[in-house]
Design a protein around this ligand. Structure first.
Ligand SMILES: Nc1nc2c(c(=O)[nH]1)N[C@H]1C(S)=C(S)[C@@H](COP(=O)(O)OP(=O)(O)OC[C@H]3O[C@@H](n4cnc5c(=O)[nH]c(N)nc54)[C@H](O)[C@@H]3O)O[C@H]1N2
Ligand SMILES: Nc1nc2c(c(=O)[nH]1)N[C@H]1C(S)=C(S)[C@@H](COP(=O)(O)OP(=O)(O)OC[C@H]3O[C@@H](n4cnc5c(=O)[nH]c(N)nc54)[C@H](O)[C@@H]3O)O[C@H]1N2
Ligand SMILES: [Mo]
Length: 761
């Protein structure tokens, strides 16, 4: 690959910040917004963000408070929406000037900076150029290709959590009516481990806490999560917890700014003062050490109960609501503390101090994100966190529970709408009952299995609805080869990205309305709905003039394509769906549990909450009880000369898309090809700060995976660990290196060695 990288000659390193979100954060947001669009559009987007009748922030899935202050949005949400509201345009003329092979050499940053896509384009076989195509012709072409497949299972329908509920519902309906469950999505690479762990133990796929629970909890764990950058509004919730006398324990290999101290830009005190201290205790854990940590905490709780019987465990909860406690407790006591200390890098005193906090707390919440899910033992780790909560009955009561903090603004809703390659049979039965066709029952392929299927020719057609599959997935060279082998790749997108330049024999770009754009259909102005990380469902209405008059909504594109492929069918009125989204919501209300009277309930500007059964004491597992599990841990022991690399987000990126080349809180400026390593590890490796190295990952298939030209930065990271940005380092994650059960790529646990850069002279 001879891809242009953004220049990093001006790399500047400053000390990491110890607080997040103050006045500079707001000015940074405005700078980016104004670099993309006019003051008027900036104002229109920001004034409508997260307001009752406004636009749901297309940033993260953190919920909005019911009584929100005017304009509760964060720096990164503002950057995100104005990246979409940009006045820059990618036109047919742009594609005439830039052949695909040239675009493929550009950086991800450059591609995104070109602006909004404006008209449908096609790249035909043997051509190196995208050229304009009519919507009708484009959709006929795709429909013809789909109909020509030998089996519906040769088609893949990828989606990312940007998609709204209505379009997500149509996407899965279309795929299943066509005959396949191949609905890989970004969740496969994100919170899949959380879903599997919670389903097995609690019988639920979603978090159980509300914002109110957060505000009134005695103790909140923030594990494997960087809220200052990725969920900035969560800091307001944690500030409330602290003000109400609660405590916070942060578990992370990096001392992330947002975990330490928060300055609330919406309060004078936040602007001028030192802000609120967030973490009462910071556990600088080694990557992958969390399972050992929670096993150790659980043993300490069992021992505390031995010492003072009847005072530590919630026997009533355990007896009434759970199974498997005896076996769990027996296995738990076999723990080796030597193994715990080496796996976690913590001291026994630190862990005992946390135990004391737990013993002093009547209610505990565990929040977590990618630092837990993207490890080989991600599912087991989350199961152990759930054991921990259950020991003291911290599920289903106020101020307590599980809080997997979701990423994309509607990633949870997409799942609720049926976007999953293995939806349960009851859901498929409801679809059959409502629409009169029999959906396929064989599970489809998830993201990793889709890549395998493309590689060996079992899949030949790829439709991406939002997202950037090629950059979000692991093993970039292998994945790129897989995509290029497809007969057709088509993407419904707002902005140009790598998945448009690494494409199949025939490739299509289908430009769509963003969430900030006004959506007018035959039946009048439409709105869409989304579900946040705490199961609140509400409406989102775009306000801006669309980026071009040739854009179609996602609903319109999917409905038109489905009708072409499947023909007119009185049972599935695709045309009616496109004209009036209320008619889609009526169907959703009859297919998806807990959506009765959807149209009426979503009229409330605050939206409505989906119930979580555990909060009424119901555990929908096979036995009707929550399940204690036994989980074994292995240390991610790097061995001499190696480090455990995690690939994470900088402050200035949205997933696969860098907005700028800075990571302000970590003190990195003007560069992304950097690797953060503890100075003591650098000494041991004999590598000086700021040396240029290649990162080489080690995997038992013996294939060399190399990410060249990274600058080493001495950083207070946990010993034995290294951190670098995604997606530049995806090339290092082997396709077969996945979490047990969930098949999630182990993006936070890649064994690497640092070699002197091949290019360095
Ligand atoms: N601005 C912005 N916001 C976003 C996104 C974005 O790209 N930009 N992405 C969205 C999406 S899709 C998601 S899923 C979320 C992601 O939100 P996060 O999960 O916060 O995202 P990451 O940057 O991957 O950070 C992972 C964190 O886990 C820590 N970590 C790594 N390994 C371990 C480990 O073994 N144990 C522990 N305890 N910690 C570990 C890292 O140091 C880091 O702080 O953010 C969402 N919000
Ligand atoms: N190594 C490594 N890999 C990872 C991760 C990691 O931490 N490390 N994180 C994983 C995670 S958590 C996730 S969620 C995935 C993210 O994977 P994806 O969701 O696939 O990636 P995004 O970067 O969010 O997708 C950006 C593109 O979405 C399109 N888009 C934006 N808004 C809209 C819209 O409103 N409609 C439509 N149709 N298109 C839109 C734009 O064209 C934009 O270029 O990556 C995963 N990959
Ligand atoms: Mo995610």
């Amino acid at each position: 690959m001879s891809r242009m990288e953004d220049p990093d000659d001006d790399l500047k390193v400053t000390p990491p910040k110890t607080w997040a979100t103050g006045v500079p954060a707001v000015t940074h947001a405005m700078q980016y917004s104004l670099s993309q669009t006019s003051p008027r559009r900036t104002a229109l987007t920001l004034l409508n963000l997260n307001q009752g009748k406004g636009i749901d922030c297309p940033g993260c899935a953190w919920p909005d408070p019911k009584h929100r202050p005017m304009n509760e949005y964060c720096e990164n949400g503002a950057k995100h929406i104005n990246d979409e509201a940009t006045t820059r345009r990618v036109t047919a003329e742009f594609f005439r000037q830039h052949p695909v092979s040239e675009l493929d050499e550009k950086s991800d940053y450059w591609l995104n900076q070109q602006g909004r896509l404006t008209e449908p384009m096609v790249k035909r076989p043997d051509s190196d150029f995208y050229e304009p195509i009519d919507w009708d012709e484009a959709l006929d072409l795709i429909a013809g290709e789909l109909r020509a497949l030998d089996s519906p299972n040769e088609a893949l329908f990828y989606t990312s959590g940007r998609l709204n509920n209505e379009a997500a519902f149509l996407l899965q309906l279309f795929a299943r009516a066509f005959g396949t469950n191949n609905l890989p999505d970004c969740s496969n690479m994100c919170h899949e481990s959380s879903g599997f762990a919670m389903q097995e133990t609690l019988g639920i796929g979603k978090g159980s806490v509300s914002l109110d629970d957060m505000h009134h909890s005695d103790l909140i764990f923030v594990i494997g999560q960087n809220p200052g950058t990725n969920h900035p509004r969560m800091l307001s919730a944690l500030e409330n917890t602290k003000r109400n006398g609660g405590e916070v324990v942060a578990v992370n290999p990096l001392p992330e700014a947002g975990l330490m101290r928060f300055k609330n830009p919406q309060k004078m005190r936040g602007v001028l003062g030192r802000g609120t201290e967030i973490a009462d205790q910071f556990l600088q854990i080694r990557p992958g050490g969390d399972l050992a940590l929670f096993k150790a905490l659980n043993v300490l709780l069992l021992e505390a109960e031995d010492a003072a019987p009847g005072t530590v465990l919630d026997h009533e909860f355990i007896r009434a609501h759970t199974t498997g406690f005896e076996e769990f407790a027996r296995q738990a006591r076999e723990l080796s503390w030597d193994d715990v200390l080496s796996a976690t890098g913590l001291t026994r005193q630190e862990i005992e101090q946390v135990r004391d906090r737990v013993l002093a707390s009547g209610s505990v919440i565990a929040c977590w994100a990618m630092g837990l899910t993207q490890h080989k033992h991600g599912v087991a780790t989350i199961r152990e966190v759930i054991n921990f909560l259950m020991l003291r009955g911290n599920i289903g009561k106020p101020g307590a529970g599980v809080c997997p903090v979701r990423g994309h603004s509607n990633v949870q809703g997409d799942r609720t709408m049926g976007v999953w390659e293995q939806m349960p049979q009851e859901f498929l039965d409801s679809l059959e009952h409502e629409f009169g066709f029999t959906p396929p029952t064989e599970h489809g392929w998830d993201s990793v299995d889709s890549i395998r299927a493309m590689l060996d020719g079992r899949a030949r057609f790829f439709l991406g609805v939002a997202g950037n599959f090629v950059r979000a997935t692991p093993d970039s060279e292998v994945t790129e080869k897989a995509m290029r082998q497809c007969r057709v790749t088509a993407h419904i997108s707002t902005k140009l990205n790598r998945s448009h330049t690494v494409c199949g024999e025939t490739a299509l770009i289908l430009p769509t309305l963003g969430r900030s754009d006004r959506d007018i259909q035959a039946g009048g102005e439409q709105f869409v709905t989304v579900e946040d990380s705490m199961s609140m469902v509400h409406a989102s209405r775009g306000r801006l003039e669309p980026a071009s008059d040739r854009l179609l909504s996602e609903v319109a594109i999917l409905a038109r394509l489905a009708r072409r492929v499947l023909g007119d069918d009185p049972d599935i009125p695709w045309e009616g769906f496109e004209a009036d989204y209320d008619t889609i919501r009526d169907r959703i209300s009859r297919v998806v549990p807990d959506f009765e009277d959807f149209n009426a309930r979503v009229a409330d500007p605050g939206g409505f909450a989906l119930p979580n059964p555990v909060n009424s004491g119901t555990y929908p597992t096979a036995t009707g009880k929550a399940v204690f599990t036994c989980n074994e841990f292995e240390s991610l022991e790097p061995g001499k000369g190696y480090l455990v690399l995690q690939s994470l987000r900088s402050h200035d990126q949205w997933n696969t898309i860098p907005y700028a080349l800075n990571d302000r809180y970590r003190g990195i400026h003007n560069a992304r090809r950097v690797v953060l390593v503890n100075p003591a590890d650098l000494d041991e490796l004999g590598i000086a700060d700021q040396t240029e190295v290649d990162l080489v990952s080690v995997w038992h298939d013996g294939v060399e995976r190399r990410a060249p030209g990274f600058r080493v930065i001495a950083y207070p990271a946990a010993r034995g660990s290294a951190a670098s940005y995604y997606p530049e380092t995806n090339v290092l994650v082997p396709l077969d290196s996945v979490a047990d059960t969930s098949n999630t790529p182990t993006s936070k646990g890649v064994l690497v060695r640092l070699e002197p850069a091949a290019s360095a002279s």
